[in-house]
Design a protein. Structure first.
Length: 433
């Protein structure tokens, strides 16, 4: 499902052969470290922040954009540490999120019908026959952009970019518009105090460690691309997808009997499955049997996406289905995809209030069922876009046209992302009392 149709099969074969010879983007020991940490998150000892672009663009591979994304991920994770009172696993939806599923193979504009845009790994967004024709060489460009992104992220982390001892780094201008302003400022002060306390105890200045601090994730959509960088490695058993630490199957490719689940079945990476409305006991049983037959914590993450109005009805049923199969999964809430709306002008957007409402309900439902929500999955950007409605500044539908960039789904901007982190942290603090 969801695979592009290339007009030149021989050219595709040559590109895939070249990809098989290129160095991997991640290492097996990083993959196994993440798997261990996700097992700890499933046990309630860590919390996952999985966040980043809906669909990366090659043109986004610039120093400023990468640094801004890293900044918002880091700042959100520090805020969540205060609320969760446990370590936060940072998983970026970057360095490979270049392919997207589409609801239709073709797009029609003004009587002209062309292949749908499937992400920069496949074709281009411009509505011309040349741009929309799938081009296998773009897979090489995607691998190069992912490598450049990862190299810069690792350099920033190693170089001390993660050093956030100064509250002014948080750019809290938007707080003046929020009724929770005092709470936000107190939390920032708490973060600074916590950093200083850790440093005094451990004797290590935060941000001055060489340890890999960020993991990457993308939807394992383009199977030929994923397979080309799937390999055995010395002194490890099994096969590893070395394009990313954490691949997942999306809602359109999560059929337990489909090719994407079959692919994920064969690799040692921790894997995720997006789960939506209408999931059946048979599907759950299929995912558990194919992806986690040994019921090993850290192997399988279920990322549920129901929408604020449907989660109360759908999530308890899903939890019971997993329990009936003896599952030991990590639960993550995707509060974005179930809350997408289209304005009267035909613009896709999401309401900030719906996004937070779904996260808040997810915490409550999991707690009522005797378990913990293990993480959140957010589509965001570090840029000042206007794609989602609401937040402390009261962004309206009229504001969408001011800075709407996404070619696929709307994302939270920097301020909305950080505000969401503060609200989630506040929720977790209240639950802990």
């Amino acid at each position: 499902m969801q695979q592009p149709e290339y007009p030149d099969g021989e050219r595709l074969s040559r590109v895939l052969a070249e990809l098989r010879q290129l160095p991997p983007l991640v290492t097996s020991w990083e993959v196994l470290l993440l798997r261990q940490q996700l097992a700890e998150a499933a046990a309630g000892e860590r919390f996952v922040l999985q966040a980043g672009d809906c669909a990366e663009r090659f043109v986004y591979c610039t120093p400023d954009r990468i640094a801004n994304t890293l900044k918002v991920l880091l700042q959100m994770s520090l805020v969540l540490v205060v609320g969760a009172q446990r370590p936060v696993i940072r998983i970026g939806r970057f360095a490979g999120q270049y392919a997207k599923p589409r609801s239709a193979d073709l797009e029609t504009r003004g009587g002209v019908q062309l292949p749908s845009y499937r992400g920069d790994n496949v074709n281009r967004a411009e509505f011309t026959a040349e741009a929309r024709t799938p081009d296998p060489v773009l897979l090489l460009r995607g691998h190069e952009r992912a490598a450049l992104t990862l190299n810069f992220v690792r350099s920033l982390v190693k170089g001390g970019f993660a050093d956030l001892h100064h509250p002014e780094y948080f750019d809290l201008d938007w707080v003046q518009h929020s009724p929770l302003a005092d709470d936000y400022h107190r939390m920032v002060d708490t973060i600074g105090e916590s950093l200083r306390f850790m440093e005094n105890v451990l004797g290590v200045r935060a941000g001055e460690t060489d340890r890999i601090d960020f993991f990457t994730a993308h939807e394992a959509l383009h199977l030929a691309y994923e397979e080309a960088q799937t390999r055995c490695v010395p002194r490890q058993s099994g096969w590893f997808n070395l394009t990313t630490h954490f691949p997942w199957a999306g809602l359109r490719t999560n059929d337990p009997h489909g090719a994407h689940i079959e692919y994920l079945r064969g690799i040692e990476n921790p894997v995720g499955v997006k789960v939506g409305l209408g999931v059946t006991r048979e599907q759950v049983a299929g995912w558990m049997e194919k992806l986690d037959p040994q019921r090993t914590p850290g192997r399988l993450t279920l990322i549920h996406r129901f929408g604020a109005k449907r989660i109360a009805e759908a999530l308890p049923r899903l939890v019971e289905q997993v329990r009936a199969e003896g599952g030991s999964v990590l639960w993550v809430c995707d509060a974005m995809h179930g809350n997408t709306q289209t304005t009267a002008a035909g613009v896709k957007t999401r309401h900030f209030a719906d996004i937070y409402a779904e996260v808040e309900q997810a915490f409550d439902i999991h707690r009522a069922l005797g378990q913990q929500l293990g993480g959140v999955h957010i589509e965001l950007t570090g840029e000042n876009v206007t794609e989602c409605i609401g937040g402390a500044r009261g962004q309206s539908e009229q504001d969408l046209a001011r800075a709407y960039e996404s070619e696929v789904d709307p994302r939270l901007n920097y301020e909305q992302s950080l505000e969401l982190a503060f609200l989630i942290a506040r929720k977790m603090q209240m639950e802990a009392k």
